[in-house]
Design a protein around this ligand. Sequence first.
Ligand code: NAD
Ligand code: MG
Length: 388
Amino acid sequence: MRRISIFGATGSIGQSTIDLIARDPDFYRIVALTGGRNVAQLADDARKLNAEIAVTAEVALLPELRERLAGSGVEAAAGEAALIEAAKRPADWVMSAIVGAAGLPPGLAALEQGATLALANKESMVCAGPLVVQTARAHGGAVLPVDSEHSAVFQALIGEDIAAVERVIITASGGAFRDWPLEKLAGATPEEAATHPNWDMGQRITIDSASMFNKALEVIETKEFFDIDPALIEVLVHPESMIHALVGFRDGALMAHVGPPDMRHAIGFALHYPERKTLPVARLDLVQLGQFTFRAACETRWPALRLAREVMATGGLAGAVFNAAKERALDAFIARRIGFLRMAEVVEETLNRVSAQSGLITAGITLDNVRAADHFARVTADEFINQD
Ligand code: NAD
Ligand code: MG
């Protein structure tokens, strides 16, 4: 019997995780499930899986969650403190699938109680990679990547010497606008940006795919996860999304991870690691696919990729600032307050201004300092957004 908690259970990754767990109900005991506004889904899943506790991030929705769970024996709670309390409950395996920097505190709390953390929440690594790694180490826990590219790199590295790695290539579909002429991008709408050619994901990461901010976060995540020199990390546009990453070794070999665009592979790999178990994902018919294509990832078209390089060169809390500014710019784009191309400008202006504030970015990577940098970056980004 394995004790499982799922943070962000109502989202795209959370639901795919539940899909895998629900296939083997006798083997898992669900400790905590958490969600946001969708308390109907949260309560349904908590009942179905007989969870110990269900937590919504929205305090105002606690009465509704209580009502929906009445008579089920499932505890109900709400708010950030309740999320952290739920993460402290002993569990063997915890899925971190909240979107945004909000995923960091519960992930750290789960690591502090010694759980294995399956990390879909890439923002944790971008904002506080060294803190996440140290917390896992200090408490005997482990962090396993769930982002498809990082799961692919992790798998390609099994049994290998990291010193023999010459390059790590993560692929990008190019998102909704990969074939749009540059001139058209300024007028792109949130609805157009939220349509992904290959993957079915949450709204925010789908828009981040169109702007390449998702890949920018993932380049930083690669550096933090595998402690790899940024100069060895490459981005390759691969429109079919079948190759998730490639690792090149000093003897010239290039190991590619190939599979259908279905997150249940990476989630299932992390769930069963170090074993490999049968997973309900499609098997590729390579003859039918016929060919894979590749294009260069242009930093003029996608300035987010250039900014990721600058963030890695700056180090410290630059990742937390980058992510927070990106979250606010994305909020403003979704609210139609700024245009699609303005997002990268807001993030760059925020990075420049915050970097000039002495001490903020160079402060040690503690949760308090991450929160301070995140807060200051949000306020600063809002100032640039409000000027528009
Ligand atoms: P989603 O929007 O579908 O779901 C997000 C979940 O987080 C929901 O349960 C929501 O209720 C919860 N949530 C949102 N804001 C919250 C807050 N402030 N506090 C607490 N909970 C909150 O997102 P998703 O697509 O499932 O992505 C989740 C994470 O996984 C993101 O970090 C994303 O980058 C990463 N990821 C997703 C995919 C994918 O295929 N969807 C792939 C790789 C990585
Ligand atoms: Mg990814």
